[in-house]
Structure formats: C-alpha cells, structure tokens
Design a protein around this ligand. Structure first.
Ligand SMILES: [Zn+2]
Ligand SMILES: [Zn+2]
Length: 333
C-alpha cells in the first residue's frame, strides 16, 4: 500500500506521500526535523502540535492543514490518523488503513519519557515501517536522569574551575528536552545561542516548562561567563561567536556519543549520551508491540535490523531514503 518512489514513500490508494524529500502534491509529515519535513510540496498535513514548528521551518506560505492526535480522516480509499511518537513536540506515527490492511509509519520515535512531548503510543498494525537510526545492539541508553545528573555535576565542576560550560545540541527537541530536564534540578538561567530561541519559544507556547533562557548576546561585553551553562547548535562550534565564552569546557548531547565517543572525545571534552530515538532494546520491544506480520526498516541501520528480524523468522525488508549518507543522523537528529 506504501511504495518507494523517487520522491519518497507514496500511498497510491490515498494519493499522498509521507515525509517526501521531493516536491509532491500532498505531503503527510511525521515531524519537523529536516530529514522529514522538506519544502516545496503543494500541501502539507501534520499534527496540530507540529504545525507551529513546521511553519517556522517551511515558511508561512506553505499550505498547511493539521489534525489532533487520534482523529481519523479519509484520504482517497484510505483512513489516516496521527499518533504520538514521543520523539519531539508534535511528532507522530502515521496510521494508514486501506485496501491492504493497516500500515504504520513511525517516523522517528523513542519510548523513554520526555517532558517536552506526548508519550509514544503503541499502534497495532499489519505492516510496521520503523525507523532504525540506532538499530545496533551497542546502542542502549542510560536513564535520562543519570545523564542529566552527570551534566549538572560537570557544569558545577567547570564553574568551580572558572570555566564556562557549553553543550551543543539540536535545535528542535534536544535543546528543549535538556532545558526541561535540567530545570528539574535547578532554576538557574541557561544561556542560549540566538539560533535556538525561536524553537524554544514554540515549545514554551505549547506549555513546556523550562528555566529562563536569556540569549547570550544580552550579556554585556566584558561580563565574565565563567560558571554559566550555554546551549548552542553544533553549527555554532568554531565560529567567532565562541570567543565571547572565554575559557570553556564543551560537550555534545547525542546518541552518537555512544560509539563515536573515542573519535569525538578528541573534539569534545564530554559526550552526553541522550537520544530522541529508540535504542536497540526499545526498537525490538516496539516491533513486537506492533503485532505486525511484516516489518520494513528505514533511516540509519536498516539493513542490520532487517537481517536480525529475518533471523528471528519475521518477514522484514528495507525502505531506502535520501538520507543514507554518513552523518545523516548527525545533521538531523
Ligand atoms: Zn527526527
Ligand atoms: Zn529522522
């Protein structure tokens, strides 16, 4: 019912694409990250909670419609509904019911609790198209509270040593999750790079509680930033903007720090392994929960996951994406 086309995943019975990378007449979008929400399509359909993020990403002229989670609509010969994926604000799995049964496209998802978005909902189906960004047995996440505890302890130690702490993180999802989680331990303000502010505002408007986030630029020139914690997108690293920080210690918050740690350790003082994607045990648990008789893996380590499932006697295959290049998850996670 869903097939691969040059523009991305296509549903002929419903007349729509899901997360297409090419321009199409009608795009259903799982969430606002750059490898899922591309500009240029004539019409978009997403969740209500995702709409403000997508509007900022794709511009006010894009034609949007949005739906609340769980509300089904008819598109062609299909019924379509969006269900929480627990990945970032507004993220959804898309359920498509049609002539060939029930298919679910997860987009990106995680099972770990996240105070910034609705929790993942199990949706049973016949065919389950799952993301596989971190689908290798080496990827297992520690409890979020442990990682955040380490981060705050590192921040305190840096302060005692007269250093500014800077953590690089992605603009949609990771930054807000860090803020909300750190805010459970301290109400100290956290300085942010200006590029993070618009999406932080969208999260605040959605009711996500975070500590105060003054922009770094608001601190007067010559004011010491020693002891402060700063969040910035990875693209800010190595730019002249960094000079303002003074003596610093830096870290990257990403699931990638689990294996690329050795390589990264040379580049970053600290790696904080915190991901908005399902780890290996959560992927397998979710595939089992779906009850699907056929599984298709996409994004990241799709081939190893499909092979593993086939070895378990599960019918499994791979859906290719335009984002298979090395560092894809790096750029878009
Ligand atoms: Zn994503
Ligand atoms: Zn993705």
């Amino acid at each position: 019912m869903l097939t691969e086309t040059p523009e991305g995943l296509y549903c002929e019975a419903g007349g729509f694409h899901i997360d297409p990378w090419g321009a199409v007449p009608r795009a259903l979008i799982t969430h606002a990250h750059g490898d899922h929400a591309r500009p240029g399509s004539a019409a978009y359909l997403c969740t209500d909670a995702s709409a403000p993020l997508l509007t900022r990403r794709l511009g006010p002229d894009a034609a949007f419609e949005s739906l609340p989670y769980g509300q089904a609509i008819t598109l062609g010969r299909t019924r379509v509904s969006f269900h929480p994926a627990g990945h970032v604000l507004g993220s959804a799995q898309i359920r498509v019911e049609g002539p060939e049964g029930v298919w679910v496209v997860t987009g990106d998802y995680k099972r770990a609790p996240d105070p910034t978005c609705a929790p993942f909902e199990v949706v049973t189906c016949d065919v389950f198209i799952t993301e596989s960004t971190f689908a290798l047995p080496i990827y297992r996440w520690d409890p979020t509270a442990d990682v955040i505890g380490d981060l705050v302890a590192w921040w305190n130690t840096n302060g005692a040593n007269g250093l500014t702490s800077i953590v690089f993180c992605y603009t949609i999802g990771k930054a807000q999750r860090l803020l909300a989680e750190i805010g459970r331990l301290t109400d100290r303000p956290i300085l942010v790079h200006g590029a993070l502010l618009p999406m932080i505002e969208v999260y605040r408007d959605a009711g996500v509680v975070m500590p105060p986030t003054p922009a770094l630029i608001e601190r007067g020139r010559g004011t010491s930033l020693a002891g402060e914690l700063v969040l910035a997108p990875p693209s800010a690293r190595g730019t002249p903007w960094m000079r303002r920080l003074g003596d610093l210690s830096d870290g990257l918050a990403s699931g990638l720090m689990r294996v690329r740690g050795v390589r990264r350790q040379r580049a970053y003082d600290r790696g904080f392994v915190i991901s908005d994607h399902a780890d290996w045990p959560a992927l397998l648990e979710t595939i089992a929960d779906s009850g699907a008789s056929r599984v298709l893996a996409t994004h990241g380590h799709a081939e190893p996951l499909a092979r593993f499932l086939r070895d378990q006697g599960i019918e499994a295959g791979v859906i290719r994406t335009a984002w298979e290049h090395e560092g894809g998850a790096d750029d878009f996670e």
